[in-house]
Design a protein around this ligand. Structure first.
Ligand code: HEM
Length: 559
């Protein structure tokens, strides 16, 4: 009876009822988890739609910087979300064993396979799963493994030099440099992962639409990640998941198809549909007939020679070592993550180094002087193509300053890296924050901390990284400790060393070989912040340089 009366009253007065419910929801949001004490835009305290539209506008890093300038070190970006600009917060939020987990922002980045979201090393929100996964693959990314990957980078770099000359010097014309560097980064990752390039540089085109696919994906992920529930209504809606489960929908990332083909070449049973790890000991061969992986059986054939220790062979070795955990699916996920997490980010960082050097002729001249002096002193082994080795690049201190300064001014990740405060709550940079609150730091905000980096934070000044006099060491150490371009803590970038290998080799190599200039020196690039902050309209021209030779009588370094 009473319920009938209530239903009747609601149907009679539905508008005021709806308004009352919405008002109650907004008030609850405003005071949620005690976050009303933190400053920020009023609308952001009421609804996540504020940050959705902020990110949808493609330049959220600008509003984050402005908000922290206005409100101080903690800003409320949503009913349950805080952004921290205090370097002290880094150790707590990203520190090892602090119990923070990645927020649902990352779940939106999970792809759907057979009706299920597939967590990757990057996107998983489960710390235990992450710890096991990372342990399985960590050694493939160690600094010591770099030596093995350098020949892969060299292969692609030689082709890149040849094609740059053929396409942009022999027929002088403008080059969309960010896109060209993206092709480079994709092909390097392809080569390091599978010993096989996708073919971007050869063809000078977006092979299989991979770049376009990734661009669209990030444009979706960034705003939708602000209200992850939307993902379950859009790309991960129940109907879509069902259709995918029944095999009626295939939204496989083109790189995943490439990865699967490369895996199938090495594990023929995948082609037969036999994915059972335990059955593959005898079938574990390369296409040339030589086994790829060592086996653990005592009676197994003599130790297997891994012909090309690329990443895929290492992931497959991890599958052998931990068959209980490392499934074929995880091997493939890992291989795909390399392209997903390692191409755009590296291309963005390479573009930033070149862009800021071209915009700062004084710095470019100094860097070229450093390279020419090293060449005259015979410190570069390759005097023909201009290729610089990793080892040689590590003897160029000004190059190091130029790269770090580009990382500082233009970090690839453009949103706060969100984490959920563990149950029970914690103190973050002197402030009590309740469990369940989403917190994060943005590299764009932290890298412009005047207390750490100096007053001229908006200026590209590589010299700030130099250690010259007393006190510089501590200052530079504090700067290094605040750099967030690769993230921090247990979820820090696993591919950092690989990307550094690419950047520290390609920048000096290109500058030894080419004179690079803006097509229009007065033009600025356009920036699109879709989680990773991509640049457009960075158009350059190339002229061949005479490679500087060692002075007479100077002994040339050996390769
Ligand atoms: C300059 C280039 C790169 C930048 C700026 C970069 C940036 C990042 C950042 C910021 C994170 C942490 C994200 C977070 O905490 O939310 C991350 C994680 C990751 N990156 Fe990179 N990355 C780069 C290159 C690479 C490369 C080359 C690879 C692969 C070869 C790679 C693979 C990964 C993976 C797998 C993770 C997840 C790690 C984990 O959660 O354990 N990245 N990267």
């Amino acid at each position: 009876m009473v319920t009938d009366q209530i239903a009747h009253a609601v149907s009679q007065h539905w508008l005021p009822v709806v308004l009352a419910v919405v008002a109650a929801w907004l008030v609850r949001n405003k005071y949620y988890n005690g976050l009303n004490k933190y400053p920020g835009p009023f609308l952001a305290s009421l609804t996540n739609w504020w940050r959705f539209f902020d990110v949808y506008g493609r330049r959220p890093e600008r509003s984050h910087i402005a908000l922290h300038k206005k409100y101080g070190p903690v800003v409320r970006l949503g009913p349950n979300t805080l952004s921290f600009a205090d370097p002290d917060a880094l150790k707590t939020i990203y520190g090892l064993n602090k119990g923070f987990v990645k927020s649902d922002f990352y779940v939106v980045q999970q792809s759907v396979v057979k009706g299920h979201a597939l967590p990757s090393l990057f996107s998983t929100t489960d710390n235990d799963f992450h710890m096991q996964f990372r342990r399985c693959v960590n050694s493939a990314f160690a600094m010591s493994a770099l030596v093995q990957y350098e020949p892969f980078v060299d292969n692609t770099t030689r082709l890149f030099l040849k094609q740059t000359e053929r396409l942009y010097v022999d027929q002088p014309g403008p080059c969309d440099f960010t896109r060209w560097l993206q092709f480079y980064a994709f092909d390097v990752i392809g080569e390091i992962t599978y010993s096989k390039r996708h073919g971007f540089i050869e063809k000078n085109e977006d092979v299989d639409g991979i770049v376009a696919y990734l661009t669209k994906l990030f444009l979706y992920v960034a705003p939708i990640g602000q209200i992850p529930l939307l993902d379950r209504l859009l790309l991960k809606n129940p109907l879509y998941l069902k259709l995918s489960e029944w095999g009626l929908l295939d939204a496989t990332f083109p790189v995943a198809k490439f990865a699967r083909a490369r895996m199938a070449e090495r594990l023929p049973e995948l082609l037969d549909g036999n994915n059972n790890n335990n059955n593959n000991k005898t079938k574990n061969k390369t296409t040339t007939g030589s086994p790829v992986l060592p086996t653990s059986e005592k009676t197994a054939p003599p130790p297997v020679v891994i012909k090309s220790p690329d990443l895929l062979s290492k992931f497959l070795a991890a599958r052998e070592a931990r068959p209980d955990f490392m499934s074929d699916t995880l091997v493939q996920t890992m291989a795909v993550s390399m392209a997903f997490a390692g191409s755009e980010t590296t291309a963005i960082s390479l573009s930033a180094v070149f862009y800021y050097l071209l915009k700062t002729p004084r710095a470019l001249e100094r860097l070229v002087r450093e390279l020419d002096a090293a060449a005259r002193a015979g410190r570069f082994a390759d005097c023909e193509t201009g290729l610089v080795t990793w080892h040689e690049s590590q003897t160029l201190p000004y190059l190091d300053c130029c790269v770090k300064e580009a990382f500082r001014l233009h970090p690839a990740p453009g949103l706060p890296m969100e984490r959920v405060v563990p149950r029970g709550g914690l103190e973050i940079a002197g402030r009590r924050v309740e469990g369940g609150t989403v917190v994060g730091c943005s590299a764009w905000v932290l890298h412009r901390d005047e207390g750490i980096f100096g007053e001229d934070v908006e200026v590209y000044r590589p010299e700030r990284w130099e250690v010259r006099g007393e006190g510089d060491e501590a200052r530079v150490k504090a700067m290094n400790g605040t750099m967030l371009q690769f993230g921090m803590g247990s979820r820090t970038c696993i591919g950092k060393n690989i990307s550094l290998l690419e950047i520290y080799k390609l920048v000096p190599t290109m500058l030894r070989r080419f004179e690079i200039s803006f097509d229009d020196p007065n033009s600025e690039w356009d920036i699109v912040n879709a989680w990773f902050v991509k640049q457009n309209n960075f158009i350059t021209r190339f002229r061949l340089r005479d490679i500087v030779m060692p002075e007479k009588g100077v002994k040339v370094a050996e390769e």
